[in-house]
Design a protein around this ligand. Structure first.
Ligand code: KG4
Ligand code: ZN
Length: 335
C-alpha cells in the first residue's frame, strides 16, 4: 500500500496543497498564486497574503484530494511548512494542518521550506541518490548544501547579503519591469547581449564559497543613474542580460567548486531562481565539461508548491519525525 502524504505550503504568496505517493508520485499539486494581487504593490504585502491564505486553504486542500481521487481517511500523514517565511502566512497552513491532524488522528509532519525545495529533486529524478550538492536559490535564500539523505544537510555556503531572487526582483523593479522580477529579467535578457556591460563578480576572501549580490545590484543601479544623468538611452535588454550573467556566473562557479571540494559528482538545483533559463544553460555546459551529472525539477516544482512539502514529508514519515499539536510557525527558522 502506498504512503500518501498531504503537503501544505503557505509561507509566502502561494497557497498550495498536494498529494504525493511514496515520496515521488505526484497525484495532485494545487497552487493558488496571489501574484496578481500583490504585483500592484511591487512585492508581497504580508497582511494581504495572510488573509488570502485563509480564504484559499480549504479550497486547495479539498481540490488536492479530489484531483488525487482519495479522501481524508486515505492519508498517511499531513506535512506542513512551518518556517521560514511570513509569520501570518505560515500560521494559516500550520493551524489548518494541526486541526486536520487532530480531527483525523493522523501524524503531523513539520517541514522546513528549503528542505521542501531541495526534495523537489526526489520527485523530478527519483533515481538520484544522495550524497549530492544542491544549489538552493529562491526569493529569500541562496545556499549551497550537501545532501547526505533527504533529512540531513550540511550548508556549505550562503549569501552574505541579498538572496539571488531578491536581487532579480530589485533590479527588475529599477528597470520598471514589475513583480516578480526573475521571470521578467529572464525573458528580457533573451533579447540582450550578456557581455554588453561588465558588472562585477564578487569573490570572497579565504576561499569562502559564500555569495554576495549587493555589489552587482549597486553596480546596476549606478550604471542606470549615470546613464540617466548623461541623458543616454539605456538598452534594458543588455542590462538584464549582463546582470543575469553576473549572478548566474557566481551561482555556477561556487556550486561547481563545492562539488569539487566535497568530491561529489551530482549537482541539483532548487528554488524559484532554478527556473532561470540562463542558469540552467550555464550550469548544463559547466557540468558537461566537468563530467558532472546535473538534475533540476521542472519550473512548477521549483517555485513554491505543496508537492515538494509532501515529498519532504515522506522522508520525515519514514523517520517518524512528527510534531505535536503545539507546533508553531517559525518565521526565521535556520537551515
Ligand atoms: O522559491 P520561490 O518561489 O519563493 C521563495 O521561497 O522565495 O522563489 C521566488 C523567487 C523570486 O525572487 C522570483 O523572482 C525568482 O524566484 N524567480 C526567478 C525566475 N522565476 C522565479 N528568478 C530568475 N529567473 C526566473 N526565471
Ligand atoms: Zn520558496
Amino acid at each position: 500500500m502506498s504512503t500518501l502524504i498531504l503537503g501544505i505550503e503557505s509561507s509566502c504568496d502561494e497557497t498550495s496543497a498536494a498529494i504525493v505517493a511514496d515520496g515521488n508520485r505526484v497525484l495532485s499539486n494545487v497552487i493558488n498564486s496571489q501574484i496578481d494581487l500583490h504585483k500592484i504593490y511591487g512585492g508581497v504585502v504580508p497582511e494581504i497574503a495572510s488573509r488570502k491564505h485563509i480564504e484559499n486553504i480549504s479550497y486547495v486542500v479539498d481540490e488536492a484530494l479530489k484531483q488525487a481521487q482519495i479522501n481524508f481517511n486515505d492519508l498517511s500523514a499531513i506535512a506542513v511548512t512551518y518556517g521560514p517565511g511570513l509569520v501570518g502566512a505560515l500560521l494559516v497552513g500550520v493551524s489548518y494542518a494541526k486541526a486536520l491532524a487532530y480531527a483525523l488522528d493522523k501524524p503531523l509532519i513539520p517541514i522546513h521550506h528549503i528542505r521542501g525545495h531541495i526534495t523537489a529533486n526526489a520527485i523530478a529524478n527519483p533515481d538520484i541518490r544522495p550524497p549530492f550538492i544542491c544549489l538552493v536559490a529562491s526569493g529569500g535564500h541562496s545556499h549551497i548544501v550537501r545532501i547526505d539523505d533527504y533529512t540531513h544537510f550540511k550548508v556549505l555556503a550562503r549569501t552574505r547579503d541579498d538572496a539571488a531572487g531578491e536581487a532579480f526582483d530589485k533590479i527588475a523593479r529599477v528597470l520598471g519591469l514589475g513583480y516578480p522580477g526573475g521571470p521578467k529579467i529572464d525573458n528580457l535578457a533573451k533579447e540582450g547581449t550578456k557581455d554588453a556591460i561588465n558588472f562585477p563578480r564578487v569573490q570572497m576572501a579565504e576561499g569562502s564559497l559564500d555569495f554576495s549580490f549587493s555589489g552587482v545590484k549597486t553596480a546596476v543601479i549606478n550604471y542606470l543613474h549615470k546613464a540617466e544623468q548623461a541623458h543616454q538611452t539605456i538598452n534594458k535588454a543588455d542590462v538584464a542580460a549582463s546582470f543575469q550573467d553576473a549572478v548566474c556566473e557566481a551561482l555556477c562557479t561556487h556550486t561547481l567548486e563545492a562539488a569539487r571540494r566535497e568530491n561529489l559528482s551530482t549537482i541539483t538545483l532548487a528554488g524559484g531562481v532554478a527556473c532561470n533559463s540562463r542558469l540552467r544553460e550555464m550550469m548544463d555546459g559547466l557540468c558537461k565539461n566537468n563530467s558532472l551529472r546535473l538534475c533540476y525539477p521542472p519550473p512548477i516544482l521549483c517555485t513554491d508548491n505543496g508537492a515538494m512539502i509532501a515529498a519532504a514529508g515522506y522522508f520525515s514519515f519514514l523517520n517518524k519525525d512528527f510534531a505535536g499539536l503545539d507546533l508553531n510557525a517559525v518565521p526565521n527558522l535556520p537551515l
